[in-house]
Design a protein around this ligand. Structure first.
Ligand SMILES: Cc1cc2nc3c(=O)[nH]c(=O)nc-3n(C[C@H](O)[C@H](O)[C@H](O)COP(=O)(O)OP(=O)(O)OC[C@H]3O[C@@H](n4cnc5c(N)ncnc54)[C@H](O)[C@@H]3O)c2cc1C
Length: 468
């Protein structure tokens, strides 16, 4: 049970300045920032090891104006990035909130890189949908596991306590709604009381809570959930009980390219660089370049809730640059054929319809016809034999709505007045994707995990008495 307990005091087993609930990218970034202020910091993570959705992710963080971009001679600006985010969410996100995050993220990337030696580079061989420039920063492993390990290594070198197997069940607040601590459950059923001068909610959203999904995102209630099981929505439930403002709870990131039944993400780079998606009839059904998030809904709308990613050897080589793609290939998810007819027969679609679909794509690329779905086909990226197919389905990756935060990452009442010492970051906070699936620009998840994580950690640390 998740509760807010009201009490003027807490009989504490442990006392810290700053309690961070959740040990994903948001929580660990917040821990680094809070620790720099001199505050004592405890990260409470319900699982036995640090992972979160962060470790399941591709680990790609968009940022404009970093030192790394400059080093790679990539011209970009906060204004262009801001415009890309607002175009994707159709201007449904709060202008100031997005500005703050776009302004913060390059500083956070440079800070992690300079101070904590977390090495990043920018992927510059393809653009993700909706991004004007190359700005996806990634650690050398190009995985979320690599990112979480590097953050964990940095945190463990600081004076920060990371407690795993600790599920925070209750927040304790006084009569003025000031947090004074939390109650935690241990796997053996015992509980501990932690007194804290500030609390950071870094426990992500509610993707793993079927009741909350049915309530706020009914279109995905029967879909595969591909995020972390620890994301049970406590931040939302505490926020509700506190009377805090919650925003865009119907917003989420979906993905239209999870290998089925293997359950492995197949990079959308294939679609951006010339691949297409077809249904069981052998027909395309959407503009693949609109974005992989909304494509989840389009794929789930096809017969059997599946579609096929179609690509060729050139794109398979591109895909092999990604860990997940290699796992999909090793698992036998890739079907290869020397001709269109052979591939059609192998995947069970009508060869003549499939042939017509590919021929039409060639005509769009040649400028003879316009794609009815509105995609621009690049003539230099036509598919050629040998061909590949992967059967995929659509999935829910993570929720994007959450607690509305101000520029200091404090959670707020509906009238805008902040809660003095309760902060939210990452998937616990309302992101920058607006109220529906189509507003998610690639990377919006880790964008708010890292940027709001640094802000929350810094501000929370500074509000605590010892560091003042
Ligand atoms: C397959 C996949 C690929 C993705 N790829 C990308 C990408 O390339 N780029 C991008 O920007 N985003 C991506 N995302 C989204 C991204 O992973 C998330 O937005 C991001 O990891 C959120 O970070 P977080 O720290 O808020 O949450 P998490 O990393 O999920 O961490 C939250 C932690 O809180 C813990 N927790 C929850 N409740 C409690 C509690 N009550 N007590 C104690 N601990 C608790 C959880 O166990 C969890 O470890 C992807 C997501 C998925 C699923």
């Amino acid at each position: 049970m998740t509760r807010v307990v009201r009490s003027s005091e807490i009989k504490a087993d442990i006392e810290v300045d700053c309690l961070i609930i959740g040990g994903g990218a948001a929580g660990l970034t917040a821990a680094l920032a809070a620790s720099e202020t001199g505050a004592t910091v405890l990260v409470a993570e319900r699982e036995n090891q640090l992972s979160g959705s962060t470790a399941l992710s591709s680990g790609l963080i968009p940022a404009a104006g970093t030192k790394i971009q400059k080093k790679q001679s990539i011209a970009d600006s906060e204004d262009i990035f801001f415009a890309d985010i607002m175009t994707k969410n159709k201007k449904t996100s709060d202008f100031e909130h997005v500005k703050k995050i776009v302004n913060q993220i390059p500083k956070t990337i440079d800070w992690l890189s300079d101070k904590y030696e977390i090495t990043f580079h920018v992927l510059d061989n393809f653009l993700y949908p909706g991004h004007t420039n190359h700005r996806m920063h990634t650690v050398p492993e190009k995985t979320g596991v690599g990112l979480i390990h590097r953050l964990e290594t940095a945190v463990l070198k600081q004076d920060v306590t990371v407690a795993t197997g600790v599920q925070v069940s209750d927040l304790v607040v006084d009569e003025t709604n000031k947090a004074i601590g939390a109650i935690c459950l241990r796997p053996d059923g015992t509980s501990e009381h932690i007194a804290a001068a500030a609390i950071i909610l870094a426990c992500n959203g509610y993707g793993a809570n079927p009741d909350l999904i049915a309530e706020y995102i009914p279109e995905m209630k029967d879909a595969l959930y591909f995020g972390h099981p620890g994301n049970q929505g406590e931040a939302i439930l505490w926020g509700k009980a506190l009377g805090a403002e919650l925003l865009h709870l119907s917003g989420y990131q979906g993905h239209g390219s999870v290998a089925h039944p293997h359950g492995i993400l197949v990079t959308w780079a294939l679609m951006m660089e010339g691949g297409i998606q077809i249904n069981r009839k052998g027909e395309r059904f959407s503009n693949e370049h609109h974005g992989y998030s909304e494509q989840a809904v389009s794929v789930l709308g096809q017969d059997g809730k599946i579609s096929f990613n179609i690509f060729d050897e050139r794109l398979a080589i591109l895909g092999r640059g990604f860990d997940d793609f290699n796992k999909a290939e090793e698992s036998g998810a890739l079907i290869k054929a020397d001709s269109i007819v052979e591939l059609a027969n192998k995947i069970g679609v009508d060869p003549s319809t499939f042939h017509k679909t590919l021929a039409a794509c060639d005509e769009y690329a040649g400028g003879d016809k316009i794609d009815p779905f509105g995609r621009t086909f690049d003539p230099s990226k036509r598919l050629a034999a040998p061909y590949y197919a992967v059967k995929v389905t659509g999935a829910l990756f993570h929720t994007q709505g959450g607690l509305r935060v101000n520029r200091d990452a404090q959670i707020c009442h509906p009238n805008g007045v902040p809660f003095e010492n309760i902060f939210a970051c990452g998937g616990a906070a309302c992101g920058v994707s607006g109220p529906d699936v189509s507003g998610y620009l690639s990377g919006n998840g880790l964008l708010t995990a890292l940027s709001l994580g640094e802000i929350a950690g810094n501000k929370a640390g500074k509000t605590t008495s010892k560091s003042n």
